[in-house]
Design a protein around this ligand. Sequence first.
Ligand code: HEC
Ligand code: HEC
Ligand code: HEC
Ligand code: HEC
Ligand code: HEC
Ligand code: HEC
Length: 427
Amino acid sequence: MRNISSVLGRLAKSISISLVLLFAVTMTSNAQDAKEGAALFKANCTSCHKIDKKFTGPALAGMSERHDEEWLVKWIKNSGAMIASGDPMAKQIFEEYNKVAMPAFTQFSDDQIKGIIAFVKEEEARLAAGPAAGAATGGAAASSDANNFMIIGMVAIFLLAIGVIVILSRVTKTLEKVIANNQAAVEAARVRNESVEESGRVRFAQKFLKNKKLVGFTALMVVGLLAVLGWQTMWNVGVHQGYKPVQPIKFSHQIHAGVNQIECQYCHGGAYKSKNASIPSANVCMNCHNTITASDHYEGETSPEILKLYRAVDWNPDTRTYGDNPRPIEWVRIHNLPDFAYFNHSQHVTVAGLECQTCHGPIETMEEVYQYSPLTMKWCVDCHKTTEVNADNKYYDQLIEAHEKLKKGEKMTAAMIGGLECGKCHY
Ligand code: HEC
Ligand code: HEC
Ligand code: HEC
Ligand code: HEC
Ligand code: HEC
Ligand code: HEC
């Protein structure tokens, strides 16, 4: 008994030390810097830079290979000063971009800039791995989930390994005992002329079952393993990150929002002014597709996918007339919060000024849309804890105005604090 408790005591110590180390390592790793870098990048750089495409500024993929970190930090802090100082590399980039200057970011610390650089590297790797990998790791917010998941996984593996070691050492001890007993049995059998093998095997099973500690420990490990698996499964119930259903028409955001640069607003106008983003009706598609048939790709014939659209709106491309038997296209809904959670697009898009991509990922590169973010409560809450509110808009002006009136002793009505907005009362 003392033996076991001292073993367990040592185990507990080494487990706690390892856990502390594990957490220390994950906390100080780039993950944290890159997360801050992600926020800084989105707020300050995306207006001019994309990772994988030339935009107002160069594509940033591979920038860490083109320049060393020290150069990059100096450049991002104040590229103008570098160009003026005659740095040949800086001058060359400046000339290439028809002498458009990048603003200075002297307000950033070196560490913040290194965070941005780390984030660009991460994004680069993620884009290189393709959209499926994007779904698995998610965005900045999702990657912390992945981290947590990894920590749980590592701890589980660690505990399991310890369990196996303990079991093995117990088994060794038991085997030693069995061998000792067996030898005694052999002596006895020789005397009594019994079948040695038979009694040896039976004895081993009996020994195992009799050894309550060993049986108990094995049972404990099995229960522990099931608990870990169960825990993980429970956490993932209802989380559909990466969900990518087959749609009735192969509608590609990459072709429409990417290559043809159609604004999200053109099709999802609701996201800017109401709770729901709304899916466009087939009539919106027909604004373009009554003439665009994509026939170049089908030897002069209308694309079969666009024919599906024509069937849905009952359009006859030969006579160019509509019939009277339209059927709505049954798009499969991808993002879906439970009914008890209230989420309003316009509050996030128009009031907070968030980009669609912050939550939906690089939609403009997706052939088929998939759910990019986990959409868990933790995901909502994590962002609310870290995102600063942009109070420089009509919504807050209205609140401040109402508050001023209240201070002056005037009446403040519910209407003045947004009580007439449809989204406040309607799903
Ligand atoms: C107003 C537009 C604008 C913004 C905002 C902007 N950049 Fe730039 N950036 C440029 C332009 C234009 C260039 C090309 C060089 C030049 O003309 O100064 C450039 C060049 C660069 C380069 C050199 C790229 C290479 O491949 O050698 C890096 C690195 C860079 N920017 C990083 C950033 C980061 C990080 C941010 C955000 C903190 C940022 N930029 C914000 C416009 C911008
Ligand atoms: C030409 C019209 C069009 C444009 C432009 C467009 N979308 Fe869509 N979007 C659709 C259609 C149709 C669907 C439903 C089919 C699907 O899921 O692919 C959809 C689906 C989505 C979904 C998934 C909805 C769900 O079921 O949960 C998201 C998210 C989305 N779009 C975001 C965007 C963003 C962000 C942009 C701009 C970068 C954009 N869309 C541009 C037409 C468009
Ligand atoms: C603003 C114009 C515009 C709107 C609106 C629009 N499309 Fe398109 N669509 C295009 C263009 C441009 C192409 C590329 C045609 C090509 O490659 O020849 C295209 C291509 C397609 C294709 C691919 C055809 C193929 O097989 O290559 C499909 C399918 C499609 N659109 C469906 C839709 C649906 C469904 C909607 C409505 C939700 C829609 N489009 C709305 C402009 C539009
Ligand atoms: C703060 C995160 C966030 C931002 C920013 C955001 N969305 Fe959403 N989006 C969501 C969530 C959460 C849902 C699921 C809503 C539900 O089920 O009620 C969703 C659902 C959707 C849907 C499915 C239809 C619907 O309304 O439920 C579309 C389409 C969509 N978003 C498009 C967009 C577009 C376009 C933008 C940018 C203009 C955008 N979203 C910005 C989080 C976001
Ligand atoms: C990318 C960051 C981000 C994510 C993700 C996000 N939010 Fe928000 N949310 C904000 C910001 C920023 C505001 C403040 C907007 C403003 O200025 O009023 C906000 C405001 C809200 C408000 C209004 C709060 C108030 O008192 O006026 C609600 C409700 C809300 N969010 C719900 C959700 C839900 C539900 C989810 C998850 C499904 C979610 N949010 C995900 C950034 C986010
Ligand atoms: C203060 C809360 C509130 C606001 C704000 C509000 N509504 Fe309503 N609305 C209601 C209630 C409650 C009902 C249900 C009334 C009933 O059943 O008699 C309703 C009913 C409706 C209906 C009828 C639905 C039906 O099934 O018959 C429509 C349409 C509607 N509202 C649209 C709007 C629009 C558009 C706005 C924004 C301009 C808006 N509402 C703003 C509370 C509100």
